[in-house]
Ligand binder design. Structure first.
Ligand code: A2P
Length: 322
């Protein structure tokens, strides 16, 4: 299996990246140091995670005064939902660039197709009743064109999208293909139709929450009463892991790779960080793949449906139907 996606200009995006959501600054800096040490070169962040500065700190320490090292990295961040307006793209991009402390970024993603109102200093603006201040006027294509303009200016090498459904992806591709589509993909939410559409359109897919994002799943279970099984303990996973002498997490990541997509697992533990990138030297058999494929629960398996932002499904571009 190729360890990279080759992008339109020949740049290479490593197919195992490092996820950074839900890590405090101090913890994240140490985790990124460990990830660099383990060989990760692809780092996924977002304005909305509010930890770009910590990521940047660690990356800049590693780069030192060696510009060749910057070129080894593939650094990704995202336009927050509160900045989903064409005129706001440069401002939010520059804030990310400044906080990361880098001269350029490799990939800038539209985080979501829906939008919150732009409130300076508040990335998650709420109404007095606790619902989100949703900006219902989003022009997805105009925002996409604004990202493309950013790429043309040379500030970022690639632009892409995240959390789009198949219909939205096709609409964006009608203007110009994104460098990638980043969406939730894991055993319970395998998204075969979306992956097929992305393949048809020629858009590489990056899986977030490839291990089932336990922290998010637990948070949502508490809020919604829905329960999410722990992917790492599912029988077909542990059976394949035992047969191959690998860990359950490695089986999940290998499953994603063998489906032709990239994955950005997050961990703050040096051993698990190392484990998650050591997935290139074994193979799941066709029978094991079939067993794992059969665990898909479709839409019911989705963890991150954004409904933890009350009122967000009213947005005309809300991507997920019940
Ligand atoms: P930790 O940071 O303590 O390792 P996802 O990438 O799907 O969001 O999942 C991240 C969650 O999975 C985190 O809770 C993380 O915990 C845990 N995790 C990451 N790598 C492994 C691994 N190799 N084995 C078990 N759990 C892992």
């Amino acid at each position: 299996l190729p360890e990279h996606f080759e992008l339109s200009n020949g740049d290479r995006m490593p197919r195992i990246g490092f996820g950074t959501w839900q890590a405090s600054d101090e913890v994240l800096e140490k985790a990124v140091d460990a990830a660099l040490e383990a060989g990760y070169r692809h780092f996924d962040s977002a304005r909305a995670y509010e930890n770009e500065a910590a990521l940047g700190c660690s990356l800049r320490r590693w780069i030192g005064d060696n510009p060749a090292r910057r070129k080894e990295l593939f650094v990704v961040t995202k336009l927050p939902p509160g900045g989903n307006r064409p005129d706001l793209v440069p401002e939010y991009f520059n804030a990310s660039l400044r906080d990361l402390g880098l001269e350029y970024l490799d990939l800038y993603l539209m985080h979501t197709p829906f939008a919150f109102e732009h409130v300076p200093g508040d990335l998650h603006p709420k109404n007095p009743d606790g619902s989100m201040r949703v900006d219902l006027t989003t022009d997805l294509i105009a925002v996409w064109k604004s990202l493309l303009k950013l790429k043309e200016s040379g500030a970022v090498r690639h632009v892409g999208v995240s959390n789009l459904n198949a219909e939205q992806l096709a609409r964006v591709c009608a203007v110009e293909n994104p460098a990638c589509l980043q969406v939730e993909v894991h055993l319970l939410c395998q998204q075969p139709a979306l992956l097929a559409e992305a393949k048809r359109l020629g858009v590489p897919v990056v899986a977030y929450s490839p291990l089932g994002s336990k922290a998010l799943a637990d948070m949502l279970a508490e809020k919604t009463g829905r329960s999410y099984p722990d992917l790492l303990t599912l029988e077909p996973v542990t059976r394949a892991a035992a047969a191959l002498g690998r860990t359950p997490a490695q089986v999940l990541l290998r499953h994603a790779l063998q489906r032709g997509i990239a994955a950005i697992p997050k961990s703050t533990n040096p051993q698990r960080i190392q484990q998650n990138i050591s997935v290139w030297d074994f193979e799941l058999s066709a029978a094991e793949m079939a067993e794992l494929n059969a665990l898909d629960r479709g839409e019911a398996g989705r963890i991150c449906d954004f409904r933890f932002f009350p009122g967000v499904e009213k947005h005309p571009e809300f991507p997920f139907k019940k």
